[in-house]
Write a protein that binds this ligand. Structure first.
Ligand code: G3P
Ligand code: CA
Length: 253
């Protein structure tokens, strides 16, 4: 069911569809991204790895095992081999036959339709992945609707150097207790967004990031109780499996 999206209801926050509308469709697939668009998400979040033949592959894990019928590391498959896998059946039989897609395919379908929040996963596993992302994004003139993010701070520093007009976001690991003032000044010098798990951020950090001209997205993905905290904290957006918020109770397939 499509739901109208209202920024007013969201208190001005943007909605980011975590791995697409991953509550409703297999994560990081075309079905999940199309569903998120239908639900009115402002951004589609996706995760990127590199295949054996250097293609940018949309998948969360570094192995294909959890979400497909295959087994092994993404980096040991060519794109053609990855395309033979079923990325939908494990989520629900109605999605059997769903294909893994590339970042290029995601951009071809969704660029200009909605924002894209592209997470580079484990960049240290894939030397040169930043250059490949930059080469692909370089084909698009207007990068205003694209953000690239990572838990790897140095990788995002590099992205900012390679393509200064691109906004980058840093994901802060829940294991980090809190960011010092000095750290926030450093990170906001090149990153537009500092993104946290909502349970591991405090108001002092958010205020300081805002004072430095930065923005904050929080994620929780499935827990419906967290949104109150996001409102109270006056964050700039939420990253959720439901694509929009609020939703009306638990949703079944
Ligand atoms: O965008 C935030 C979130 O995606 C980070 O965690 O593990 O879902 O990639 P993960
Ligand atoms: Ca992610």
């Amino acid at each position: 069911e499509a739901r109208p999206f209202h920024h007013v209801e969201m208190n001005g926050m943007i909605s980011v569809a975590h791995r697409g509308a991953s509550n409703f469709a297999p994560e990081n697939t075309q079905s999940a991204f199309r569903k998120a668009l239908e639900l009115g998400a402002d951004f589609l979040e996706c995760d990127v790895h590199l295949s054996k033949d250097g293609e940018l592959i949309i998948m969360h894990d570094d192995k294909v095992d959890r979400t497909t019928n295959g087994s092994g590391y993404v980096k040991n498959f060519t794109l053609a081999e990855l395309k033979e896998l079923d990325a939908g059946g494990k989520f629900h039989s109605s999605f059997a036959g769903e294909k893994i897609i590339t970042l290029n395919e995601l951009l071809e379908e969704f660029y200009g339709e909605t924002g894209l929040l592209i997470e580079i996963k484990k960049p240290s596993m894939y030397p040169g992945i930043e250059e490949r992302v930059v080469a692909l994004l370089g084909e698009y003139n207007d990068l205003n609707s694209i953000i690239v993010q990572s838990f790897d701070i140095e990788s995002m520093r590099k992205m900012n150097t390679l393509l200064p007009e691109l906004e980058v976001a840093l994901l802060i690991k829940p294991s980090i207790q809190s960011l010092s003032s000095q750290k926030i000044i450093d990170l906001t010098s090149f990153a537009t967004y500092i993104n946290f798990n909502v349970s591991y951020v405090n108001k002092r950090e958010i205020n300081q990031i805002h004072n430095q001209g930065g923005k904050v997205l929080v994620w929780s993905t499935k827990n419906q109780g967290w949104v109150d905290k996001a409102y109270q904290y006056d964050v700039d957006g939420i990253i959720t499996d439901f694509s929009i918020w609020p939703v009306e109770g638990p949703i079944q397939l």
